[in-house]
Design a protein around this ligand. Sequence first.
Ligand SMILES: [Zn+2]
Length: 323
Amino acid sequence: MRVNFETERLVIRPFVPEDAEAAFRWCGDPAVNTYMIYPLYHRAEDVRAWLESRDLDDPDNYDEAIVLKSTGELIGSGGMLFHPERNAWEIGYNLRADQWGHGYVVEYLTALMDRIRRVRPVEAIDGVFAAENQKSRRVMEKLGMVWVRDTQYEKLDGSRTYEAKYYRRNLAQPAEICLVCDRIERTREGNNPYFVRELETGYVVLGDHQRFEGYTLLLCKEHATELNQLAPDFRNAFLRDMALTAEAVQNAFRPDKLNYELLGAGKGRHMHWHLFPRRQGDTKRPGPVWLEEDMNDDRYLPSAEKLEELKATLGRELDRLLG
Ligand SMILES: [Zn+2]
């Protein structure tokens, strides 16, 4: 999956083929490779070929680039892979050897686990490490995982077999599923009739109720509550996407004034833009739309035909602005 978020010291983002040189610093390092199942890389071009071959949209595989905020350097990769047969997410990571011992992996994986739990009911995380690898043992302990059984694993090329430990953490309480993350998931799966366009940082959707015709939302791809929680580049792009969406709504529906609101939804407080086309006299008293008690009345649910018309009108304007 493609994710973009920030922790205290890290920026997490999808890989691009241009990362090959930087990734070769650990993919080609025998010290990092010691306990990995994949063979050591000898050329950055091979790392590039691997990066180009990956499916970044696989919902069961989060394998992201770890960037150090303070220097902007790419220092590692990792994430979680879902194993349906045991209903658990297995952790995995690589970190440049000069960056070991700072707790970066734990910082990243803790945040990633929280994110995945907002869209999916995660029951357990687990991991396997070579018994002699004390560094990995500490990472798993810090993630709250405990020993389940001894096991073995071998390198993909069969060159070495390791005595290993299998660790697990059961997550007893299902986390609150975020309403916005859930809506985004359904959009990605093609199950959201209100979806209009995907932009770099969010999804443009029409509001369920069209009491104010042309009411449009921009759902942030990141589960964050405030703008300052987004990585700076992503935040700027999100604001640009908001302005672009607003311009398209204006062109499409020609209101007297457009109202902009950045709100959160439910307990997750996942920010999203509401864009309300306003017209003279459209409410009983002048004021924000939320004062209208009938705003979410079912009579404002658009017919299938009307919905298609609104989506087509807005979609055309977005396409025009996106060039
Ligand atoms: Zn969310």
